[in-house]
Design a protein around this ligand. Structure first.
Ligand SMILES: O=C(O)C(=O)C[C@]1(C(=O)O)C=C[C@@H](O)C=C1
Length: 95
């Protein structure tokens, strides 16, 4: 196997793990949505989002990746909010 293919295999494995973790995160987010619905709490919590971004950046060892992880976290939470809203709207068993 050439080096390119070898590295792609590595990426594929990382993506598999990432997808599994994102799925797990989305499930927890859905549970939070249920809690928010029951307790009349809005989906967006801007303060919490700032904390999550800073926390995630702090896990990095490579400081040159700060802005990437900041953006990645923002995207992740945007998707999480979208999913929460979708679940609250439909309120079906799939969520
Ligand atoms: O912590 C919450 O209240 C959540 O709903 C989770 C979450 C997240 O995905 O991390 C999603 C939406 C909020 O704006 C803040 C954080």
């Amino acid at each position: 196997m050439g080096r390119h293919e070898e590295l792609r295999k590595e990426i594929d494995q990382i993506d598999r793990e990432l997808v599994q973790l994102v799925e797990k995160r989305m499930k927890v987010s859905t549970e939070i949505a249920e809690y928010k619905l029951a307790n009349n709490i809005p989906v967006l919590d801007a303060q919490r989002e700032k904390k999550v971004i800073n926390k995630n950046i702090s896990y990095l060892t490579d400081r040159t990746l700060d802005s990437y992880i900041s953006e990645f976290s923002k995207h992740l939470m945007e998707l999480s909010r979208r999913r929460q809203k979708e679940c609250l709207k439909q309120h079906t068993k799939t969520c």
